[in-house]
Design a protein around this ligand. Sequence first.
Ligand SMILES: [Zn+2]
Ligand SMILES: [Zn+2]
Length: 177
Amino acid sequence: MTVLSGGCLCGALRYEARSPPLRVTLCHCRFCQRVTGSSHLVEPLFARDDLHVTAGTPTVYRHRSDGSGRHLDLHFCAVCGTTLFMTFERFPGLCGVYAGTLDDPAAIEVRPDNAKQVFVASARPEAVLLPGLATFDGPAMDAAGQPQAPFVHDALHLVGRRGNEPFPGGIGESQPG
Ligand SMILES: [Zn+2]
Ligand SMILES: [Zn+2]
């Protein structure tokens, strides 16, 4: 049964997920900023076996992490350049989808019980962090696999600029952490 479907900009690549995501990561790291060309990646994680490419064959770019030395594979369309999902040397049973490629943008729910936001130390100044979610300055787990301690914002949190200058436009000032 297809639960979710998506594809690239030109339509050459299509995929289906046959179960709901296991969890969702909102990632503000520099890698995700570069790959998406945007502020952060919304990444629903599926069991690898539940994600099926139903049209076309993705091209793979293998990226080796400076930090861990492990690689991850970006699966993208060679025609239009859209990245659809990534797979991981470190977590072979998982597949992280680029949520912007889903047919229904509202298909993925982000809730305190299924989502976390990570690498917020490199979040863009105008990024807004969600309340109630486990939040991490860096990764949720270090390179040795040790879980890191999260913090939680109790209200919407505007990242703002370093030094906490007021954000232009009257949106208001935010406090770090
Ligand atoms: Zn395409
Ligand atoms: Zn990231």
